[in-house]
Design a protein around this ligand. Structure first.
Ligand SMILES: *Cc1c(COP(=O)(O)O)cnc(C)c1O
Length: 355
């Protein structure tokens, strides 16, 4: 078992359509020009004007008092957990959420918190499921101090919590004395898909963050938002983990460019994802989960191939998709994939089917 990412295999043809992830977006020339022109300063002294401008914009966008610039979304999640929880505390989150599946056991390793994974369709859960997980407040029970929700829910299928359902679980958590956290890696995809402002989506969340390195197309950066008191404590963890930066305005300028230019266009990614889903649904044996945003999940069991086999064959034809489990595949649309790319990917996947 290899723990490090492998290098590209030179025997493979170049990737023509990269549906592997929206993390593979490259900064455009215009974004790089904005980065090149950025005013910068020493970020950890509060002296970087571009980072400060980005944090002000993000606080306003999410309707929070304050914000802090961080290198990655994972650090936003882990710092939030460390601020909200003490060692021994329990976090409620969907069992397929990123903090459970993809952060190296961070809640246990860094904050000393445990996660109780909740079940539910498409990465979401309801109030009865949460209530069933509430523990009587006894000396021998772990204190339940944090509810974490993903908007959109990644492994749930890029699904969007409806505002009512979202607010219901957030209110139930507050009533139970818990803090609430939103992993908004793809929050703007949810905002564009639902037509609900980010500040409404995050109104009942004590902390919320947005990743700039997914569909927004920036090379580096995420911004965590919350009350001034929360962000003060987040800064101590930023310093502690080595996430306090120097001339980070170079990166923040890419994020500001993304806020100005790359949000409305997410609707194109969603339309491309729908087109991809419609095309794949016509391939015999493939069962597609109807996409709500830019992530298309499909099951290939009925084709007689495993997800690995299909992904390997498609990659051999220049189409990159990601394997999620034995038969589940994810294809992700983003700003470096146009409709012609989607059509080509459908054709290639059709051609990969056993004859
Ligand atoms: C990508 C992602 C993260 C982590 O963000 P990084 O910037 O890759 O560290 C967290 N949560 C969700 C739902 C994600 O998709």
């Amino acid at each position: 078992m290899a723990y490090a990412p492998s290098r590209p295999n030179p025997a493979l043809p170049p990737v023509r359509v990269n549906l592997y992830s929206d993390t593979q977006t490259r900064p455009s020339l215009a974004m790089k020009e904005a980065m090149m022109r950025a005013d910068v300063g020493d970020e950890q002294n509060g002296d970087d004007p571009t980072v400060n401008a980005l944090c002000d914009r993000m606080a306003a966008l999410t309707g929070k008092e304050a914000a802090v610039f961080l290198p990655s979304g994972t650090m936003c999640n882990q710092i939030s957990i460390a601020v909200h929880c003490r060692p021994g505390d329990e976090i409620l989150a969907h069992e397929a959420s990123h903090i459970v599946t993809n952060e190296g056991g961070g809640p246990g390793a860094l904050a000393g918190a445990v996660v109780l994974g909740l079940r539910g369709n498409r990465g979401m859960f309801d109030v009865p499921t949460m209530r069933a997980a509430f523990r009587e407040k006894r000396r021998n029970a772990p204190p339940q101090t944090l509810l974490s929700v993903e908007q959109t829910a990644n492994l749930g299928g890029g699904s969007v919590w409806k505002l009512d359902a979202l607010n219901a679980v957030l209110d139930a958590a507050h009533d139970w004395g818990m803090a609430t956290h939103m992993d908004g890696a793809r929050l703007m995809n949810a905002v564009v898909a639902a037509g609900v402002p980010a500040s409404d989506m995050a109104a009942r969340c004590d902390s919320v963050w947005l990743d700039f390195t997914k569909g927004l197309g920036a090379p580096l950066g995420a911004v965590l938002c919350g009350s001034s008191a929360f962000i003060d404590q987040a800064w101590r963890w930023k310093q502690r983990l080595g996430g306090a930066l120097r001339q980070a305005g170079l990166s923040a300028a890419g994020c500001l460019y993304a806020l100005d230019h790359n949000i409305d266009r997410l609707a194109e990614d969603h339309a491309n994802a729908s087109a991809l889903a419609r095309g794949l649904a016509q391939v015999p044996g493939i069962v597609v989960e109807t996409p709500e945003t830019n992530l298309v999940f499909f099951d290939v069991k009925g084709t007689g191939m495993t997800a690995d086999e299909l992904a390997g064959r498609a990659r051999g034809q220049g189409v990159s998709v990601s394997v999620m489990s034995a038969y589940r595949v994810r294809a992700c649309t983003h700003l470096d994939v146009d409709r012609a790319g989607v059509d080509l990917a459908i054709q290639v996947i059709r051609d990969c089917m056993p004859k």
